[in-house]
Ligand binder design. Sequence first.
Ligand code: MIG
Length: 813
Amino acid sequence: MVEPNFRDLGPLRGFRPAQNGAVALELAGGRAELSVAPDGALRIRCNPGNTLSTDPLPGIGRAPWPCAKMRSRERDGGVSLIFACQDATPQVDIDADPFRVRLLGRRGATRAELFDFASASGSGMRVAVATTASERFYGFGEKHGGLNKRGSVLEMRNTDPELRRRRDPLYVSIPFFLAQDGFHADAQARGVLLESAAPSRFDVAASKDDRVVLETRAEHLDLAIFPGPHPADVLRRFTARVGRNPLPPLWALGHHQSRWSYASEDEVRKVAREIRRRGIPTDVIHLDIDYMHGFRVFTWDPKRFPDPKGLLRDLALDGFRVVTIVDPGVKFDADYGVYNEGRAFGHFCTRDDERLYTLRVWPREAALPDFNCEEVRSWWGEQHRKLLDAGVSGIWNDMNEPAGWSRDVRLGRVIFPYRGQNTQAMQQASLEDPSRKVRHEMVRNVYGYQECRATREFLEEAYPERRHFLLSRAGFTGIQRYAALWTGDNKSRWSDLRESLPMLLNLSVSGVPFCGADIGGFAFSATPELYARWIQIGSLYPFARTHSMWLGRRQEPWRFGKRVEDIARTSLERRMHLLPYFYRVFREAEFTGAPVWRPLAYEFPEDPECAEIQDQVLLGPNLLLAPVLEKGARKRTVYLPPGVWFDWESDARYAGPRHLVVEAPLEKLPIFVRGGSILPTQSPVRHAKEVPKESLRVEVFPGLDAATELVEDDGETTAYRHGVVATTELRMRARAGGRLRVEIGARKGTHRVPERVVPVIIRGAVWPETVMLDASPIACGEGPSTWSYRNGRLCVRYLDDGGAHSIEIEPAP
Ligand code: MIG
């Protein structure tokens, strides 16, 4: 960014309540508005000049901020605003000169301090957030590099980077961070969000170590602070404002197999057949750009895909879903209906002089729909009916930064693009008033977001009973409401495998729980060892897709020899085994905003060791994954945070905090489970629709008391939103008078679960003296109402008829 010339907005001159419940602030050189939501989150908007600009958030589908009641009190050199919130009365102290805003929490502690409000006439705004020397910074969306971003300068401008020099910025802009300071019990986490669809920049205590400086190219500054104290509180408040990830259909949580491209019906059938023949759990096949007729979106190549309906029907019989790619560029072609319609209605982006703007992409010249207009969104959404009618289950939005290039070389079907797109001349509708045009640059970061919004809004309206799956490459704050994200074109390199951990963790704490990187790497070719290590951890990415580029080797799990194929199968079987646990964590993401993948620092904010760990992750609250990320490594060091930990495979028990060297031959992914947890699992299936032999297994890891709620539903409709679920309370009392007691509550709710035998598996158990089921001793055996013991695992089977049950074991493990 060119360094603009910033001028201070000047001191506070006065304030008064505004109509919407916010407080209007008059500054010497500008206007501001401040509000605190009933949950304690603070928002401040400001700009130079005499009027406050219109709130652009409704333009991207966000609800207006609710405002808590406020009273004010003059104080020396400024004013105090006291807000009546749900569980507290946060106070905002404003210093008049120089103008500063402080959010105070309990006992007057400062939660956030904003200063140095400045504008560069017409070309941007700036503000600083005070920090201490010990604060760590996570989030910032999709970024390269390490987990903690302290000391970096990060650009936010949706960009398709050159493959060779993949550096900041990338495809997604989420100008939000989660900051954590201190390691004591009342250590504070907080979140800071810059609402700006224009390019922005974060100087994360890089130039001066007492501040984070936020700059946007917009003329309007919009900043929000989400208080903690726990990171989970921050995420709950942040996602309450920007939206959460709706519970995906179960099938979308299975393995996705992709390639650029499976380019004919025969090829797709062959891949599907191999997947099933080899018993590799997979739910979804992705069709990349070559299924289209000459890269025209919403069409099928008549030669290579003569009967899409027939193909998709056959695949469905085999338990496969199909996701098709949809790029935003509409081929400039007078014989193409979508183009003609879009042109006739004026749906495409233009140049300054109102002429059509075209971008060089796969179909040569392409027009770009202006998704900032509601009519364009509904028109675009409607186009998807053709794909859904053919049996397509999900939509993959690529190239939606938007990305294009200046020129390309075409040799038959092979296209080599030269990068260097320049969209500076493009115009779009403004977010405040769609009848007005603004430079595309000022709204660029929401281009892909608005495309996904168009698609999801159509799908939800046209098929309201279904849950939908959308995948996007570009994104913006709140994209999780509409689509999952994958991290774009990575490479088949060890460094890209390693980097996927901090990248996905930071994306996760930026509000996007459903995210993944291309397993195996997109560009170039994975070696068998790299693929093995990648699928081990990749199969536990929130979004698990194997993908590869046409230039590189095929990366289906069986392309690397028998040994690696077995590793891939085992890894994906483990994912399916854990599916009920995944599902529970995804529910949590919808209802609380907690991420699926979590940095250790998120779950253990009081442990200094966890602050910088980026080669281990927590899957939900209970599973700690410690993948091998180094070529040739057959062991690694693992850090176990405070508490009891079980080795997932051997059940060996450890007391954290401690470091541990674990053996990790090529076949092994080290996983640890928190003592004091109850994991719902199932017996593995080849795809989500297959009925598992055991649809519920309750795996119990003793150590502490634990309680969890198991929620079951049909896995694919929206009935769960209307309460059609079955809920079971699961409880463990680790030491109830020398016994371990597991309580299964009576099932509640209207979703029907057929009668079944449920195994309850106590890990790390000794041979029991007594096992009681519903207060009566039961015998060793194989059927229902018996127990068995093998290798430290005690399995108690009960007949699940929906009633309450209890299990007691003596002695307690
Ligand atoms: O410029 O559709 O990131 O996943 O396979 C390449 C072809 C365009 C980029 C995506 C990649 C996809 C590819 N696309």
